[in-house]
Design a protein around this ligand. Structure first.
Ligand code: NAD
Length: 275
């Protein structure tokens, strides 16, 4: 599978180059970042401290969109929506890792799934996707008898909050319990808040240092609590998962998928807050 990376000079982009070069099922075919970057023209292999691989960083997806079977985009929401249209027009598949898309941008992703194959997930790590399953079980067994809080921590450069993964965790729990997250979510607390209401789902956000990504969902009752925690210690966990998704997406010509589909975990839970 020929893979192109968009946002190739970024933190995740470099990891994705490494993961694509390391995966026996994928070949690096293109690398794209923004015009004006001092790295445009650099060899993608050299960018990640490996030998030259012959793929040079370009500043416009349109120039290389036909060179890959699938692109992986970890950039910013505005760029992702533009890249989506370029891929849609060319009939090229897209794996989207960018988080923080608003409702209109998510609708654009859904619509493009009518024409091309797209994988869109807030977190490509296998452990986090397993946690989504564990959360469903915990919510089924404990849900209405406990207070549920989602706590997440990320590095100081992250620009959206709560994280896309924290929101998806909240969606999994809310949907399992028949609640609407947009109505029951509480984002942070301050001042005279009054007593906690049982049906709410709370979100707490920490931004500090170089934390790669920690998520805990707490189910707290009188006398006991269960905490489901995932800690990422390397971005490679996301990179490997996203490249696996890219290779998997090659089986499809169109449709909207997420990491649960890639891992065969979708089953009866399919559709948790998809896109
Ligand atoms: P970053 O700022 O280090 O990298 C983003 C890169 O995108 C930069 O190199 C930037 O120049 C480039 N870019 C911006 N606009 C572009 C455009 N129009 N065309 C091409 N390149 C463009 O950020 P990061 O830490 O790598 O994170 C990127 C995104 O990935 C964020 O939304 C983050 O939340 C998300 N993320 C998702 C997962 C996941 O598993 N889904 C994991 C980690 C990060």
């Amino acid at each position: 599978m020929k893979v192109g990376i968009i946002g190739a000079a970024g933190r995740m982009g470099r990891i994705l180059i490494e993961a694509t070069l390391a995966n026996p099922d994928t070949t690096l075919a293109a690398a794209v970042d923004v015009p004006g970057s001092s790295l445009i023209g650099a060899d993608a292999g050299e960018l990640v401290g490996q030998g030259a691989c012959g793929v040079l960083l370009v500043d416009d997806l349109a120039k290389v969109v036909n060179e890959a079977d699938v692109f992986i985009d970890f950039t910013v929401p505005e760029a992702t929506v533009k890249n989506l249209e370029v891929c849609r027009a060319a009939g090229t598949r897209l794996v989207i890792g960018t988080t923080g898309l608003d409702d209109e941008q998510k609708a654009a992703v859904r619509a493009a799934g009518d024409d091309i194959a797209i994988c869109f997930a807030p977190n490509y790590s296998i452990g986090v996707n397993l946690c989504f399953k564990l959360l469903e079980t915990a919510a089924q067994i404990m849900g209405d008898e406990v207070d549920i809080e989602v706590i997440e921590a990320h590095h100081r450069h992250k620009i959206d909050a709560p994280s896309g993964t924290a929101l998806r965790m909240g969606e999994v729990v809310a949907q399992t319990l028949g609640r609407d997250l947009s109505e029951c979510a509480v984002y942070g607390r301050e001042g005279r808040t009054g007593e906690r209401e049982r049906h709410t789902i709370g979100f707490e956000t920490i931004r500090a240092g170089d934390i790669v990504g920690d998520h805990t969902v707490m189910f707290a009752a009188e006398g006991e609590r269960v905490e489901i925690t995932h800690k990422a210690s390397s971005r490679m966990s996301f990179g490997r998962g996203a490249v696996r998704a890219a290779a998997w997406l090659g089986r499809h010509d169109k449709g909207l998928f997420d990491m649960q589909d890639v891992l065969g975990l979708a089953g009866e839970s399919a559709g948790w807050g998809k896109a």
